[in-house]
Design a protein around this ligand. Structure first.
Ligand SMILES: [Zn+2]
Ligand SMILES: [Zn+2]
Length: 215
């Protein structure tokens, strides 16, 4: 039986969460949204004796990707990102990119990583589901959600993405892209009750949601 290990690290001036996800048995790992302090990420991976088999980017914003080049210096690994967020990555990273559309499943040791396309914060925002964990990037924070007023944002798509996430099992643990809430993680069931954006997306019609998030 594969067993999942999650190492959550808060790094950088914007309280970004970087994650190491691994199969405890095979020590195969992926790093999610590597940024700010790649030495700290490498140290954690070495302590856990992990082999980095992939890099996953929830979206293309600078604070989530600024360490990708440095990780590739010590790990020969594909960089998974949604096809709509991929073009903005640096040219020197393009040969490492594996473009996703959402819906793919990728094996990591005995674990299955599942990618969900959840646009809204950016066109190509993805969530990553593994066992009962959901890494939500800047789509969903504990008690918050990502900005929808940025160049490739779309409030209507955020509404649909939040509703889609809310339909997952309520015992799912949300692991967000920033430490912006009262806790570093929480259950989806609690968020459906206490996250004002998720509650609103579930309870209000689209036009009311749009008026509120854009007002
Ligand atoms: Zn972002
Ligand atoms: Zn961010």
């Amino acid at each position: 039986m594969a067993s999942l290990t999650v190492r959550q690290m808060e790094l950088g001036p914007l309280a970004n969460f970087v994650y190491l996800l691994s199969d405890e048995n095979t020590k195969e790992a992926i790093v999610v949204d590597p940024g700010w302090d790649v030495a700290a990420i490498k140290k954690a991976a070495d302590e856990l004796q992990l082999r980095i088999k992939g890099i996953f980017l929830t979206h293309n914003h600078f604070d989530h990707i600024n360490g990708v080049g440095d990780v590739l210096r010590f790990a020969d690994a594909p960089v998974y990102i949604h096809q709509q967020d991929a073009p903005e990555l640096n040219k020197d990273l393009q040969s490492s990119i594996r473009q996703l559309r959402g819906g793919e499943k990728v094996a990591l040791g005995g674990l299955t990583l599942e990618f969900l396309h959840t646009p809204g914060h950016t066109e190509g925002s993805l969530c990553l589901k593994v066992n009962e964990r959901l890494l939500t990037g800047d789509t969903l924070f504990i008690r918050g959600c990502g900005r929808v007023d940025l160049p490739s944002s779309d409030p209507e798509k955020m509404y649909q993405s939040l509703r889609r996430i809310a339909g997952l099992d309520s015992s799912t643990i949300v692991l967000p892209g920033h430490n912006y809430g009262p806790a570093p993680s929480g259950s989806l069931g609690d968020e459906c009750l206490q996250n004002p954006f998720l509650k609103f997306a579930l309870g209000a019609p689209l036009d009311e949601f749009l008026r509120t998030v854009s007002g």
